[in-house]
Design a binder for this molecule. Structure first.
Ligand SMILES: *[C@@H]1O[C@H](CO)[C@@H](O)[C@H](O)[C@H]1NC(C)=O
Ligand SMILES: *[C@@H]1O[C@H](CO)[C@@H](O)[C@H](O)[C@H]1NC(C)=O
Ligand SMILES: *[C@@H]1O[C@H](CO)[C@@H](O)[C@H](O)[C@H]1NC(C)=O
Ligand SMILES: *[C@@H]1O[C@H](CO)[C@@H](O)[C@H](O)[C@H]1NC(C)=O
Ligand SMILES: *[C@@H]1O[C@H](CO)[C@@H](O)[C@H](O)[C@H]1NC(C)=O
Ligand SMILES: *[C@@H]1O[C@H](CO)[C@@H](O)[C@H](O)[C@H]1NC(C)=O
Length: 494
């Protein structure tokens, strides 16, 4: 068979080019493999020399690594704020750290910042806690919340005016959601999208929305399946818990973090070392809660963390500190750009904690009351914001309308988080058992105390005491029995 010489040449070139491309790809993979491995090695060597401290004992600084949409807000408002003074809270960190942890003597740092923040903290004097959530629920909640906050801006006639308004709010002593990673990316993005869709509807005139599935309502908001596949979602949302605990988010202060993250996103099988680092960190944390196991997580928190903060209070004799509780001018965190209402309640509870009068039990009671209040106000806010994109509405029931393929898509895009969540559940079961055992052993101790009371009598006397008591009981029962018989017979007589 003859071949056109030009064609032959082209074929040779083609093969050459293909092999060059292949080897480039191999080079890039090799490079990524090295980058990820180096990062994993340094992260583990940094943590390997164990500081010989019990991970369960609360250190001077509590770092609450708050993964967005895991319910951390209720922990912050209803537990931590009841346990710590405003003065004890470190200056809030939203995207960058605004204080020097070595100089500032603060005890509580709650932030959406990732684990790379630890490089700035006194590692051996810091305890870390976090809450982990089922990745599907976390992603759906992220979608809903970014839409909810963005929809609040629809009170404005146009995007320009909405943007200008949020800029003005930021100047006051109020921190808006728009300053806080990851919302500072997700909300303006959704806001722009909502305004564009509203403008398009206005142009068209009448728009009839037939399907009432809020996750797929193109005329009103970006459908969920499209949202999931945007560069922003890949940057920020998918595997967000693993990246945050590994210290590899888009907001990381580690310079190599971005390259490592990109490599892991490009080559799925490089995710394993990242997962291992995240698991090891969960292992070393003071507390790991689960959003799904809400009541049990809260009780575990109260018993593991709350009890230690309370006992520190007693020993540190906090009477002098009570004065600062109220006077401290606190920065208000506003959830939206358009209204400033915020729950600033519970100062009296804090004073109670400070006077050393709060126990784990009262802490739980305060918490229960507080979350009811918080949930109610969050629910009202949600209904009010979503009104602006009606008929789209997210309620408890609507999540069932997310098609199964989309759920599978979320699971696949969050493969590391799926594994990490499984692992967090194992940790939770273990810790829960441990604490329950401890609680049983303390209640055993009170039985022992009771025995000690009897123990003051001699064994022989005790036996006499018990047998006399039993005799009396028998006599009493006999009396009741005879009495009852007598009544029956007297009835028969009549
Ligand atoms: C946006 O709304 C403001 C306030 O109503 C108005 O002054 C401004 O002209 C509007 N801008 C555009 C581009 O429509
Ligand atoms: C983080 O993600 C946002 C949204 O995709 C992007 O605008 C920003 O540039 C990213 N930052 C880094 C450091 O990659
Ligand atoms: C604790 O407070 C009491 C009275 O308020 C005081 O007498 C005592 O010295 C304090 N103890 C310590 C260790 O500060
Ligand atoms: C604080 O709580 C009380 C009841 O516990 C309630 O009446 C009041 O409105 C709350 N204040 C704010 C600002 O939420
Ligand atoms: C502790 O609480 C009890 C009742 O709740 C109260 O009578 C007592 O005065 C409180 N003690 C202090 C030191 O506040
Ligand atoms: C959205 O759902 C909530 C809860 O079912 C309901 O109270 C609210 O009125 C709904 N909003 C709209 C605009 O239909």
């Amino acid at each position: 068979m003859h071949m056109n010489p030009i064609l032959k040449l082209a074929l040779v070139w083609f093969i050459l080019l293909a092999s060059v491309l292949v080897s480039f790809a191999e080079l890039e993979f090799g490079h990524c493999e090295r980058v990820v491995k180096e990062w994993a090695d340094t992260s583990s060597s940094r943590e390997e020399h164990p500081p010989n401290i019990d991970k369960r004992s609360l250190q001077d600084l509590l770092f609450f690594l708050h993964v967005p949409r895991t319910g951390g807000r209720t922990y912050f408002h209803c537990f931590l704020r009841k346990l710590y003074d405003n003065a004890e809270e470190c200056p809030r960190s939203y995207d960058k750290l605004h204080f020097d942890p070595r100089k500032q003597k603060c005890k509580l740092l709650a932030t959406h910042d990732d684990y790379s923040l630890m490089s700035k903290l006194p590692r051996e004097r810091t305890s870390v806690m976090t809450i982990v959530r089922d990745p599907v629920a976390r992603v759906l909640s992220t979608y809903e919340f970014s839409v909810e906050v963005a929809a609040r801006f629809l009170v404005h006639p146009n995007l320009t005016s909405a943007t200008r308004m949020s800029g003005r709010i930021r100047k006051n002593n109020v921190i808006s959601t728009l300053d806080i990673w990851p919302w500072k990316y997700l909300v303006p993005w959704m806001r722009q999208d909502l305004f564009a869709r509203r403008d398009a509807r206005k142009l068209k005139g009448v728009v009839i929305i037939e399907d009432d599935n809020p996750y797929d309502m193109e005329e009103m908001l970006m459908p969920l399946h499209k949202y999931l596949d945007t560069p922003t979602a890949h940057d920020i949302i998918h595997n967000g818990a693993t990246f945050q605990i590994a210290g590899l988010t888009n907001n990381s202060r580690l310079s190599e973090a971005h390259e490592v993250r990109h490599c892991v996103q490009k080559y799925r099988n490089l995710g394993e070392p990242v997962l291992q680092v995240a698991k090891r960190r969960l292992d070393s944390m003071l507390y790991v809660g689960l959003t799904e196991e809400h009541r049990e997580s809260a009780s575990l928190f109260a018993n593991v963390v709350g009890s230690q903060v309370l006992s520190q209070l007693v020993t540190s004799n906090a009477t002098a500190k009570t004065k600062t509780t109220k006077s401290e001018a606190s920065v208000t965190v506003s959830e939206s750009g358009s209204d400033k209402s915020e729950i600033q309640n519970g100062t009296s509870d804090k004073i109670e904690a400070k006077s050393g009068n709060m126990t784990v039990k009262t802490l739980m009671e305060v918490y229960e009351g507080c979350i009811t209040h918080l949930r109610k106000s969050q629910g009202t806010r949600r209904v009010n914001s979503l009104k602006r994109i009606s008929p789209a509405n997210f309620t408890r029931g609507t999540r069932a309308r997310v098609p199964n393929e989309v759920i599978q898509q979320i699971k696949s895009l969050n493969n590391l988080d799926v594994e990490l969540y499984k692992y967090a559940k194992e940790i939770f079961v273990k810790e829960h058992e441990l604490v329950s055992k401890k609680m049983v052993s303390t209640s055993k101790r009170s039985i022992v105390d009771l025995q000690n009371v009897f123990g003051e009598m001699e064994g022989e006397k005790l036996w006499k005491f018990v047998s006399v008591a039993l005799m009396l009981l028998l006599l009493f029962l006999l009396y009741l029995f005879v009495n009852a018989r007598r009544r029956i017979t007297s009835k028969v007589k009549i």
